[in-house]
Design a protein around this ligand. Sequence first.
Ligand code: CR6
Length: 795
Amino acid sequence: MVESEVGKDFEDADDYERFAALCNLVAYRARAIHVKNDNAIVAQRKKRVFYFSLEFLIGPLLENYLLNLGALETVQEALEEMGTSLERLSACEVDPGLGNGGLGRLAACFLDSMAHEGIAGYGNGMRYRYGLFRQVIKDGRQVEETDNWLAKGYPWEVRRPESAVEVTFGGEVMRHEEDGKYWFTLEGGETVKAVPYDIPVVGYGGQTVNKLRIWSAEPAQENFDLDAFNDGQYANASKFRTDVEAISTILYPNDAGEHGRILRLKQEYLFVAAGIGSIMRTFKRENTRADGTVDWDMFPELIAIHTNDTHPAMCGAELLRVLIDEEGLDYDRAWDIVTRTISYTNHTVLPEALEKWPIDVFHRLLPRIYMYIEEIDRRYREDFIAKHGDRMDLLCETAILWDGQVRMANLSIICSHSVNGVAKIHTDILEREVLNGFYQLDPEKFNNKTNGISFRRFLGNANPSYSRLITSAIGDGWLDDASELHKLSAFYKDSVFLDAMTDSKRLNKERLAAYIKKTTGVELDCDSVFDVQVKRFHAYKRQLLNIFKVMDVYNRIVNWGYTPRPTSFIFAGKAAQSYTYAKEVIRLINSVAHVVNNDPRANQIIKVAFVPNFSVSNAELIYPAAEISEQISTAGMEASGTSNMKLMANAAITLGTLDGANVEIAQLAGRDNIEIFGLTVDEVEALKSSNSYFAWDEYNRDRDRLGRVVDELIDGTFAGLSGNFNLIYDGLMHKNDADFVLKDFHSYVDAWEHLGSIYGDQRRWNAMALANTANSGFFSSDRTIREYAEDIWHV
Ligand code: CR6
């Protein structure tokens, strides 16, 4: 294979060439299965699911695909015989940063699970030229560098120019009339070519291979200006190409936040229009009758389109446009097809993340789509007034066009037959508050689908020592069906098993410590507790609360001779490039690390490490080594969270608030096996609505510990690396601590100390940790996908 792939002998090929050849071999096998599956889908008239998402954080694929094809061990052995190793070759794999955080990784886990469940499920996304930025830390600060993930090419993708779709922006809508009939066309505008790249998605068991299709924007015609080029104006000569390609150049680096850029709107329309164009083509090929007519009634029977958050909100309007303008269906029939085909998941309650676009911008960029949105809105209002004329308050809340803006969540909901949240408590909050208007009108449309994760990747591949231990105890059925992990409950009192857990954790801690030493220079003590908070940086996720705890522990060690359980505090995560506050929290963590790690009075007891550039690949080193899982968001703010599930599966004990999926973790693991602290959702709501929370009261109540930590933000204690932290100080003391950091401080530190007191009894600790793994099976994305398949997609 190496010979034919790179034209060299195996001996002469370098690691990358060998790696690429191996990928090609796997992809070759995968594509053969895919073609077979595809033929069967057509023959059996099986329904296909298209998962539209602007983000897919797929991570490295090689080891995962070998595991799924049942070839992991064989390949490992073969490579060793050839004088190399799988570990060495997979180290060459890039980790495509085509997502921000949880939402993007969820989409990738869903692809894996759809393939595992034998569902014909396809991802539809964007092929960004540059992934999310690479984070480096300089003087404690996050610095963003370009992530040129395609520099060496990407061995898993296949370019499919023959399946390109033309997409038009701008232009003018013209009305035509003949014999009393009228219709519209779009004239002029800028037409770009969306070119798909396909990546195979290999399901566990090797029976199903689906694909992820990602789109790249290219000029529709080669508009190269030869005259300009000959004049020496090279940039002008290819300006058009550059403008078009800009559409698929970057992924907006924002997690759960609004993106107010016109290029973002272009991306949203491009991947929607291209995706629907390609679905249409296949549908028509497979459903055109002998007389040339198309069996449109079959459309919702054979196709489900799922919209991941509001980014694909235009799916409804685009499908309507194609069915009416291009296929000649009447409005009512087309609308019926739209609403029976589309479904929508909401991923956040943050008001700033509920996407809105100014009508004038929208109208100029997408005039025909805008007309359809206007029509959807007009009919919605008409129907609303007929049915609930006395509830104009609800109409303000639920209409699409309002206050000069297009409200994308409302568009998504109106075009969908199903709306779901991503954890029980999140769905409750949607129904009760954020989307209450819609819920009152149509409660049947709402349902919950608690998120899930891929156990094969995050336990199977990421944690080989623990996986082997689990498999030796209960067999490897858990890879196929994570609920089998329940069988581990037979080992809660098995001292041999519990001691083996310590050994496995130790190996993982050493592996992570070596990585942290290499990337940051910080040396961790593997006898200390590994306390981990890894996720995007956001005020509501309260990394600030965590570092406050570290500052307090440090103060007490240095001043009061306090000896806590020795602990390594490990942080990782990126902050959106423009999110100054979150970046200041990163700088604070690194500044505290700098002081603590260099203070001989404390550094034998505690250390702080910030792992730069959090990504799927280093996450796979971090989760298995964790012992405490920090899930400390302000109650009511985290829709679900998924690192909480990955850490639970890897036998870390959750220290968390009753927020997002933590609530379900607590129920499943049992309250004795998880440490809950802090305000509840109801308490947070009560404090907010009564305006009875005052940050200064908290500060004054405890000047010795909490007050001191707050003062240290601005008194120079941690200013050594790059200065004080006035912005954070102001947010707490002058803007009254919107995230209740001060309010939850004491119950949080107490809860942490309680965990530290248990840790000394390793068997007790491991039994608790094992109860977490044993009860984590519910959080398999296979389960989540089965629920989507049954309740929403009907496949
Ligand atoms: N930031 C939620 O905040 C959830 C994921 C996946 C998020 C997080 O709690 O687990 O989605 N929301 O459902 C958005 O991105 C809008 C996230 O990743």
